[in-house]
Design a protein around this ligand. Structure first.
Ligand code: PGA
Length: 261
């Protein structure tokens, strides 16, 4: 599969919204967006597992140009893993993108780069596209270790992938100190790290992979900062948490190009 680097704007709903609320958000969002928006931008929505089927049904029955995403996956195809969901189950629901290694899962559920690597491979093997999250914490940033931390996460999370697979991978750079805090990396910081991620992928997988991989920025993305973040040459999209639940805000983020200088 090959993709151009059309901006990908993803709404990570986290543990919010039951399936009735989810349907309402999708319908209101569909109303707020128009054909030009969908031509310019790809929009993926990542509701909790319990809402996937409902959102899939709305998208399909109303023929909405929105893309379904999940927030997590188990790396094994099936078996005695109580409470878990496999990649095959998600693919069957027409899920396209799966977030793997979100910092909240790394922190609260102890996910390692090895786990993220297995999940990434499971998502690709099921014909879906992983959004692989990386990012340093405040301590790592203040002590000048942000790049080495991100390099280490990339190496572990993408280990063993074929170079061609990178065209199907999205890397989300989400500095931990910016998630849910209202603090955003400056557009310049986001660009520097996105360029660094691309260079790392180039070193490991070659120039074609570096040109094809898509890189998102995430962490307190709002309507006010999205236009500048998305103007950066190596930032191919944004992963939006809190603001993705506010339909007006999320629609304005999707329409960022109307607010660019
Ligand atoms: P936030 O979350 O936009 O609420 O900071 C981003 C994320 O965790 O993906």
């Amino acid at each position: 599969m090959s993709h151009d680097r059309k901006p990908l704007i993803s709404g990570n709903w986290k543990m919010n919204c039951n399936h009735f609320e989810a349907i309402q958000i999708v319908q209101r969002l569909a109303y707020a967006l128009d054909k030009d928006d969908h031509e310019a931008v790809e929009v993926s929505l990542h509701p909790p597992f319990t809402s996937l089927r409902s959102v899939q049904t709305v998208i399909q029955s109303d023929r909405l140009p929105l893309v379904l995403g999940a927030q997590n996956v188990h790396p094994d195809p099936e078996g005695a893993f109580t409470g878990e969901i496999s990649a095959g189950m998600l693919a069957k629901l027409d899920v396209t993108y799966v977030i793997v290694g979100h910092s909240e899962r790394r922190v609260h559920s102890g996910e390692t780069d090895g786990d993220v690597n297995r999940k990434t491979k499971a998502v690709l093997a099921a014909g879906m596209l992983p959004i692989v999250c990386v990012g340093e914490d405040l301590d790592e940033r203040s002590s000048g270790r942000a790049e080495s931390r991100v390099a280490e996460q990339l190496a572990g999370s993408l280990d063993g992938l074929k170079a061609e697979a990178l065209a199907d991978v999205v890397v989300a750079y989400e500095p931990l100190w910016a998630i849910g805090t209202g603090e955003t990396a400056t557009p310049d910081d986001a660009q520097k790290m996105a360029a660094f991620v691309r260079a790392q992928i180039g070193e490991r997988f070659g120039g074609a992979a570096a040109a094809a991989v898509r890189i998102q920025y995430g962490g307190s993305v709002k309507p006010g900062n999205a236009p500048d973040l998305l103007a950066q040459p190596d930032v191919d999209g944004v992963l939006v948490g809190g603001a993705s639940l506010q339909v007006e805000d999320f629609a304005r983020i999707v329409k960022y190009r109307l607010y660019q200088a």
